[in-house]
Ligand binder design. Structure first.
Ligand SMILES: *[C@@H]1O[C@H](CO)[C@@H](O)[C@H](O)[C@H]1NC(C)=O
Ligand SMILES: *[C@@H]1O[C@H](CO)[C@@H](O)[C@H](O)[C@H]1NC(C)=O
Length: 592
């Protein structure tokens, strides 16, 4: 009896011990197994370019796989349809104007690596949010949010925005980077459209006046005056022409703070990025990690490795999309191989719609579309229309996100920061306005409500449109105040290469145009001006005014002084004065 109860006691304490151990163990597992995050951002990919969004001739099986194992977001929007502002908004969950990435006077992107515009370091990215809770973070690919902030300080690079590791192009891929030159010049086109010429005219005027004043006060002789005028002319000319030497100055590859290739050789770049990504995953599989893969594709200059040349049914552009999809697949495979599939949140999106104005000029390929396809949606990159702001987006996180689901209510790329913070158990910044909304309930299929009341579509510092759903569960409306003036017979601005935001480049609508996006996603039929539509317009205006009250003026990062003026002393250069080097490909296979 005594023996038996002893045994029982012993037995139950053993069970208790085991239970306690298992409780502790599972606690341990919970903390050590925080979910990983794998974020794909493609450049200029349109709604019509992806299989699961209805394209039956392009092959994107890997993006489609994310959708079938997870969710497809059919009305996901960016708050500004150009690269730099859209990317800043994505990383920080805030409208880009809050970071000074919206300018009245100039364009909507940075013009050089040796400029001093950038996303201010005081902005908090989702990488910084995750680092607070012990994440290892990596950023691969296109950055385009600046390098130096005044002197050589690397203040804007990913390494100073929460990423432990960075490998990629600090600028953007542009036509100047093409491995065989493609005869086009994106930066020049942009400068022309964005006021670069006015800027250079003013610089020249200032320099000339300086020469005249010097002569007036007898500081220079007549001969000195002529020489100074010549020098001033030469300087202005160089300032205007520097993008012409684009590929050496602009197309560079960096690893953390070091320039590892100059100019970049694009051909095998996607393979190199893919290898970097898979090594990063392998090396960090024990830790919770965040990896962001921001492809320099499918932006022009188009490029593929040899194995993808000529494989698609849609020319070089299609080849580019298919190689990008291949890379997505390789990186997803790396998750599988390291047993991380179920513990990794995967999100795939684009920074804005396809760039319609990008058309080939090379012999034999004249007129071939190189800038993506926005499907049934109107317009494209740099426009308020759905073709500019709606982006193909899929996400996967088994088992929390049910497979094969579709979310059609409006969401935004800005929602990712709060959503990631929530999933990782991290705190979203509380000392500033976060415009994105946490959307786990929506993603996990627990709620079908839209997370945004009103969504503002910016072009520079101006709000060109507002998308909203006044009644819960009802129709999604869009009120458009301003639209770009298209080149006749097209849905794009071929005359300026990218649509501009203001002045004689746009039409203001009073009354504004109102569309029922639920029933007319192609924005073909503006609604009649009834009492009901007038009420919608009033609602949109009121929301816009309320929102604008929350926007505090900050330094304009796109000012010509910051975003266009080339400062030779800040030009990244791997081996001065040659500025010419190549990355050893074997070395490229290792991420750190
Ligand atoms: C599929 O994508 C290609 C490449 O952008 C495009 O040319 C084609 O029109 C698209 N097809 C459909 C059905 O959307
Ligand atoms: C790309 O890789 C292929 C095959 O490995 C090689 O033949 C080619 O030279 C590489 N291209 C460049 C620009 O390095």
């Amino acid at each position: 009896m005594g023996k038996l109860s002893m045994t029982m006691k012993l037995g139950s304490s053993v069970i208790l011990l085991l239970l306690a151990a298992s409780v502790f163990a599972s606690d341990d597992v919970n903390t050590s197994k925080k979910p990983n995050f794998l974020i794909f951002l493609v450049d200029d990919l349109g709604m019509g370019d992806v299989g699961c969004f209805g394209n039956d001739t392009i092959r994107t099986p890997n993006i489609d796989r994310i959708a079938s194992e997870g969710v497809k977001l059919t009305h996901n929007m960016v708050p500004a349809p150009t690269c730099t502002p859209s990317r800043a908004a994505f990383l920080t969950g805030r409208y880009p104007i809050r970071a000074g990435l919206a300018s009245k006077l100039s364009g909507t992107m940075f013009g050089c690596n040796a400029c001093i515009g950038g996303m201010p370091p005081y902005e908090i990215t989702f990488a910084e949010v995750l680092k607070e809770v012990g994440y290892k973070t990596g950023y691969l690919g296109k950055w385009h949010l600046g390098i130096h902030s005044s002197y050589e300080d690397y203040a804007y690079l990913p390494n100073n925005q929460g990423f432990d590791y960075y490998y990629g192009m600090p600028f953007t891929n542009i036509n100047e980077c093409a491995d065989p030159p493609n005869g086009r010049n994106s930066v020049r086109s942009l400068m022309r459209a964005g006021g670069g010429l006015y800027y250079l005219a003013s610089i020249t005027a200032v320099l000339y006046s300086f020469c005249y004043v010097s002569k007036w006060f007898g500081i220079v002789s007549s001969r000195g005056f002529v020489i100074s005028l010549l020098m001033a002319t030469l300087l202005s000319y160089l300032l205007y022409m520097y993008p012409e030497s684009g590929n050496r100055f602009l197309c560079i590859l960096m690893k953390n703070h070091e320039v590892v290739e100059q100019p970049i050789r694009l051909e095998n770049m996607t393979v190199r990025f893919t290898n970097q990504a898979t090594s990063f995953i392998r090396e960090n599989k024990e830790k919770p990690f965040l990896l962001m893969m921001a492809y320099v594709k499918v932006h022009t200059a188009l490029f593929t490795s040899k194995q993808f040349a000529g494989v698609s049914r849609h020319g070089q552009y299609g080849d580019n999309v298919e190689e990008m999809d291949w890379s997505v697949g390789k990186i997803l495979d790396a998750l599988d191989q390291n047993g991380l599939k179920d513990n990794t949140f995967v999100y795939f999106t684009s920074d804005h719609g396809g760039h319609i104005e990008e058309v080939a000029v090379e012999k034999g390929r004249e007129g071939e579309r190189e800038g993506g396809w926005n499907g049934i949606y109107k317009g494209g990159k740099s426009q308020v229309w759905e073709g500019g702001v709606r982006v193909p987006t899929v996400a996967r996180y088994p088992p929390s996100i049910p497979s094969n689901t579709v979310i059609s209510v409006p969401t935004s790329t800005m929602d990712i920061l709060p959503t990631i913070a929530k999933i990782a158990g991290a705190k979203e910044p509380d000392d500033r306005i976060i415009d994105g909304r946490e959307m786990t309930e929506l993603l996990f299929g627990k709620d079908k409500m839209a997370v945004h009341d009103h969504f503002f579509i910016y072009c520079g510092p101006w709000i060109h449109g507002v998308t909203f759903r006044p009644d819960k569960g009802g129709i999604v409306y869009k009120v458009i105040f301003t639209t770009p003036k298209w080149t006749q017979g097209t849905q794009a601005c071929f005359h300026t290469w990218l649509c501009q935001c203001s002045g004689h480049f746009v039409d203001h609508h009073d009354p504004p145009l109102v569309f029922d996006l639920t029933n007319d996603p192609g924005e073909h039929r503006p609604l009649q001006l009834t009492e009901e539509t007038k009420a919608l317009i009033e609602k949109a205006r009121a929301a816009r005014d309320e929102h604008e009250k929350t926007v505090v003026p900050v330094t304009d990062q796109f000012s010509l002084f910051r975003a266009v003026l080339f400062r030779p002393w800040l030009q990244p250069c791997c081996n001065f004065p040659y500025c010419s080097c190549q990355e050893d490909d074997a070395h490229a296979l290792h991420s750190s």
